[in-house]
Design a protein around this ligand. Structure first.
Ligand code: GLA
Length: 750
């Protein structure tokens, strides 16, 4: 709800209020952004500068109240007395926007530039500020528990304006904060770092041309004593896939100025008379219930207002992806045989990854040429897709539409279509980007992809992009507008196609890409222990239905770590489950285990994909209100481990629940020479008998089954003891290194 009373703007969403006023100087002051409060309480939040501060620059001589440098603002300028970071810069020209008028709208105004914005009902406050020759409009919308902001600058004058910075939003928050950022690189996405915000600026920025795995655009501000379950947290994100900037810095007076928007690094936009520039929309989730409360709000926002409505809570198929198993080495028959195996295991969608077109036999050639490679697929795509449909599975396909290999027919025909900067081309993974700012390039991509998508029954697209950009300034932003134009033209008429975006893994995991496709491939790193950290970090800002999460081979290609199949499954369950390994290399017992995993996942798919997600001390839980699924993850096993407790959350303390562990199988290989102590004959642990037995025999492990109240389960259920070197017992948990366990907690019906 948005109200305007006694000269105060009050925006109320689920669990928050934002109060602003136009002060006597026409500047927009932020009185409060936090806990829900009434507009009638505004006086309690009004600051009194009294006799002012030393060396203040005043807007009105003699008026100590008129110092902009100490005002808590939602917008400011450069060179006019506020020496904190400015949300706007016009290439060295001072900016001093003052209030002109406002409107309260029942829903957001559509954007005009081709950017993406939150969809659905969202009451909107539109405030117009002016300075000579320029109009600045600030939009604030309320979507459930999330406040969004964006800014539009209109050139009403007669001269071109050099826009070098325009933030989507800016807030002065009173108090002390820590900033959590999610940083990394290829196969090392989303490493969580916490930095105290002091009087030096803390910055979260990407300048690679994309949102990037170096620094995800989402970041958090938390009070230093906040925890997972309590304390004030702000989660910030940007609905944009290009260069981004987020910053926080404390002033002497105790305000933390936080802002976010397009990165000003090398940014320059020449705004001609009569033109307008629109920033991307920023989203802020506030919660008093710690990191968990903030995350739940962000998850709902993404599900309700970001992803395409067609995919809202629509179950995502269990998929098999050919990449890690085959790479470029496949043909029609190998794919059909893999598909047959994948179907046997329970997969519902077969995805043919890279290598199906042009001369794409390695990553050095063929990008850009989306004609089927007849050597590998002599019967064509539609015959393959139909064959796979005949096996009872849907068919999906990989593309990397934004890039081109110099060794391709496309590049030979149109070398000028590649993005260049006047210097020698800079290759990355042997590829260049196409210049998506050019209409003919966009038309080509739309036509080629549409023709392929309409040539065969294709229900899924993996849209990859495997390099950083070289575009700077205006071009970098226009590239993203070009990308959104292409995505809109291809997928708006084909809403049933499940679009999973990917960028060397999670190099473009952002709300912009999620606006077109509801899933993103989190990382090329599928080692489950690494994935626990990656998926957990993503869970601060994105719902688990957005995570492409696959079981891959062990030892793992990137870490050479050996992990139990059950842990690979248990981690991938908390996302959109897939399998990505050579099925021909699986043992019979592994195939049985995978069948069990897929059956279990399908039974609980709605909860895994769309249930409320909670980070626990030693694992995760998801819940639909009646059934909770919880996983406990272990790292390396210590000798003589102590007892372990699982503290669940968000249960009804009064209700009774059945708490059971999902049966797990233990291979005998890990027991090594211990086996000979229990076997009647002396067996060599490296000998034929035990090696064969390891491939054939499994032991039951750790079945727990009890009834308890929600209160007891939230206080902490005692799990069965762990293996302590004193022998095998099926009533203990022999998890081994990197083991894990899954529990089902179901409300007892009366
Ligand atoms: C990228 C993706 C992988 C795979 C390969 C194919 O690395 O992240 O998942 O699709 O490209 O070349």
């Amino acid at each position: 709800m948005i109200e305007y009373k006694n000269d105060i703007f009050a925006l109320h969403g689920e669990g928050f209020s934002c109060l602003m006023r136009v002060n006597p100087y026409g500047l927009l002051e932020l009185l409060h952004f936090g806990e829900p409060i009434s507009v009638d309480d505004a006086e309690a939040f009004t600051l009194h500068p009294g006799l002012g501060w030393g060396e203040s620059v005043l807007l009105e001589e003699g008026d100590t109240q008129s110092c902009p440098d100490v005002m808590p603002l939602v917008w400011s300028g450069s060179g006019r007395g506020d020496y904190r970071e400015s949300p706007i810069q016009l290439g060295g020209i001072p900016t001093d926007f003052r209030y002109h008028s406002h409107e309260i709208l029942p829903r957001p105004e559509p954007m005009q530039s081709g950017l993406v914005q939150a969809h659905g009902e969202g009451e909107t406050l539109k405030i117009l500020l002016r300075q000579p020759g320029l109009e600045l409009t600030l939009y604030f919308s309320v979507f459930g528990g999330v406040l969004t902001r964006r800014t539009v600058l209109q050139n009403c004058g007669e001269n071109t304006v050099d826009l070098t910075r325009l933030m989507s939003g800016c807030f002065d928050l009173l108090g002390e904060y820590e900033m959590t950022t999610f940083d990394g690189g290829w196969i090392a996405e989303m490493r969580r770092h916490v930095t105290p915000v002091g009087e030096s600026r803390v910055v979260n920025e990407s300048v690679t041309g994309f949102s990037s795995h170096r620094h995800n655009p989402g970041f958090l501000l938390s009070e230093p004593d906040a925890t997972e379950t309590a304390g004030n947290i702000y989660g910030f994100n940007l609905i944009y896939s290009g260069n981004h900037y987020g910053a926080a810095q404390r002033s002497l007076q105790g305000f933390t100025r936080v802002m976010l928007g397009i990165s000003p690094d090398n940014f320059l936009w020449q705004l001609q008379p009569g033109e307008r520039f629109e920033t991307p929309e920023a989203a802020v989730a506030f919660s008093t219930e710690g990191f968990g409360g903030m995350s739940r709000k962000m998850h709902r926002f993404v599900t309700e207002h970001i992803i395409p409505p067609y995919w809202k809570e629509r179950p995502r198929p269990v998929l098999y992806n050919s990449w890690e198993g085959c790479m470029f080495d496949f043909n029609h028959y190998r794919l059909v045989s893999l598909a047959r195996e994948a179907k046997e295991l329970g997969c519902e969608l077969f995805v043919l990854d890279d290598g199906w077109f042009g001369q794409r036999n390695s990553d050095t050639a063929g990008l850009g040429d989306y004609t089927v490679n007849r050597k590998k697929l002599p019967y064509g795509l539609s015959a393959l897709a139909e064959k796979i449909n005949g096996l009872g599975m849907n068919f999906g396909l990989w593309f990397e539409p934004e890039a081109v290999n110099p060794d391709s027919d496309l590049y030979r025909a149109h070398p000028d279509w590649a993005l260049t900067d006047g210097f020698a081309p800079l290759l990355s993974r042997h590829e260049l980007l196409l210049d998506l700012t050019r209409p003919e390039v966009r038309d080509y991509i739309v036509a080629e992809m549409s023709a392929v998508l309409d040539s065969a029954p294709i229900t899924y697209v993996k849209w990859d992009m495997n390099r950083h950009s070289i575009a700077l300034g205006e071009k970098a932003h226009r590239y993203i507008l070009g990308l959104y134009d292409i995505l809109r033209r291809i997928f708006a008429p084909r809403p049933h196609i499940l679009l999973e975006s990917c960028s060397s893994g999670g190099n473009r995991f952002d709300l912009g890409m999620l606006s077109f496709g509801p899933q993103i491939w989190c990382s090329d790193n599928t080692d489950p222990i690494e994935r626990i950290a990656i998926q957990e970090s993503l869970s601060y800002l994105y719902p688990q239905s957005a995570f492409g999460a696959h079981v891959s081979a062990s030892p793992h290609a990137q870490t050479l770590r050996t992990t139990p199949l059950r842990t690979r499954g248990n981690v991938s369950f908390f996302g959109c489950l897939g399998y990505e390994l050579d099925l021909g290399h699986l043992l019979r017992i592994e195939k049985e285990e995978i069948k069990g995993q897929i059956t279990f996942y399908k039974k609980h798919r709605d909860i895994f994909q769309f249930g409320a997600f909670t980070r626990l001390k030693n694992g995760w839980q998801v819940s639909d209100g009646k059934t909770v699924l919880a996983a406990v993850f272990r790292g390396q096993t210590p000798a003589a481990p102590g007892y372990e407790t699982l503290r669940l959350r968000h249960l009804d303390p009064e209700k009774r629940y059945r708490f059971t562990s999902v049966p797990q199988k233990l291979r005998i290989g890990p027991f090594g020479s211990l086996v000979k102590h229990v076997a009647p004959v002396d067996l060599d642990p490296n000998g034929f008998v035990l090696r064969t037995a390891d491939r054939l025999i499994t032991l039951p492990d750790g079945g727990q089954d009890l009834l308890a109240s929600g209160a007891a389960l939230m206080a902490g259920v005692r799990l069965l003891p762990l293996f302590r070197g004193t022998g095998y017992d099926k009533n203990q948990r022999t998890l081994t290194d990197f083991g894990s366990e899954l529990f089902v907690i179901e409300e007892e019906s009366l």
